[in-house]
Design a binder for this molecule. Structure first.
Ligand SMILES: NC(=O)c1ccc[n+]([C@@H]2O[C@H](COP(=O)([O-])OP(=O)(O)OC[C@H]3O[C@@H](n4cnc5c(N)ncnc54)[C@H](OP(=O)(O)O)[C@@H]3O)[C@@H](O)[C@H]2O)c1
Length: 258
């Protein structure tokens, strides 16, 4: 992969930092990255930790960058687009990772700029294992698409989709790890309830999670078939799964993700 042109990352919270760490681990050179944080201490911390250029000034971060990645909370997107608009280079592409922000929203916030993209990474990016769902506006050039794909591709796989597909898949992908952590938290608590020390319970649950993920990724079988392999009919595993069914866990998950 060739080195990317200058990338400006605007907003470095949990997801922004995961992308930053993943991109650098994936071989992006720190000198090609500029990050913008609202607080000076945060900017200094990021510069010290990652060796990137860091500023509190949006205009300084954006000017001259070929790719601007917007990683602020969704509610702040319109205001931050307003601050970016006058400083965006003509040939730059802006990719926004905020949940629920459409290409039309981005273009409306940047009246003179059509080259925008909607990206939905996941926190697994920080371990180089994330999938980023990506939709680029029709007005993006091949080179701009390559630039965006190249950046997110540093920390995992990029899946290009139509915007409609992206909207449908977003809850399963970007926030996906949270559902497993939710289950993991309850499993760790259950283990502690059985007298297992918390660190040990946590390690066992993490091992189960990794094993299950690797197995499912390597298998063509549906998750239900994998459950059947783990839980012998009539055995304790099957009885525990029956409790989850009786308590309506699958229906609750479907409702939450609808
Ligand atoms: N977390 C995930 O797994 C995940 C996955 C995919 C997409 N996303 C998207 O990534 C974005 C960031 O999420 P996060 O989890 O990283 O949240 P976070 O840790 O709370 O970080 C939020 C970021 O937004 C900035 N911010 C907050 N209010 C702002 C304002 N009024 N003006 C300018 N900047 C503001 C924060 O700056 P300060 O540090 O200065 O407060 C921080 O950089 C969100 O849009 C979210 O939808 C998150």
């Amino acid at each position: 992969m060739t080195d990317l042109p200058t990338v400006a990352l605007i907003g470095v919270g949990t997801m922004g930092e995961a992308l930053l760490a993943g991109a650098l681990d994936g071989g992006l050179l720190p000198k090609t990255l500029r990050v913008q944080a609202r607080r000076r201490e945060r900017a200094d911390e990021l510069a010290g930790r990652y060796g990137v250029q860091a500023t509190t000034d949006i205009a300084e971060a954006v000017s001259g960058a070929q790719l601007v990645v917007l990683a602020v909370i969704p509610q702040a997107v319109p205001e931050v687009l307003g601050e970016i608009a006058d400083h965006l280079d003509e040939g730059a592409v802006l990719a926004c990772i905020a949940y629920g922000v459409s290409l039309a929203d981005l273009q409306a916030g940047l009246p003179d700029h059509r080259a925008v993209a909607r990206a939905m990474p996941s926190l697994a990016s920080q371990v180089g294992d994330g999938i980023t769902l990506l939709t680029c506006a029709d007005e993006c050039t091949e080179e701009q698409i390559e630039t965006v794909t190249g950046f997110f591709g540093r920390s995992g796989t990029v899946l290009r989709l139509s915007e409609q597909e992206q909207t449908v898949l977003e809850p399963l992908s970007g926030g996906g790890p949270a559902y497993f952590f939710y289950l993991a938290a309850a499993m760790v608590d259950a283990g502690v309830g059985r007298g297992i020390p918390r660190p040990e319970a946590r390690r066992l649950v993490a091992d189960a999670l990794t094993g299950a993920a690797d197995w499912m990724a390597a298998s063509d079988e549906e998750p239900a078939a994998l459950i059947a392999k783990v839980c012998t009919p009539g055995g304790p595993g099957a009885r525990r799964m029956a409790v989850l069914d009786e308590r309506g866990v699958p229906a609750a998950v479907k409702t939450a993700l609808a």
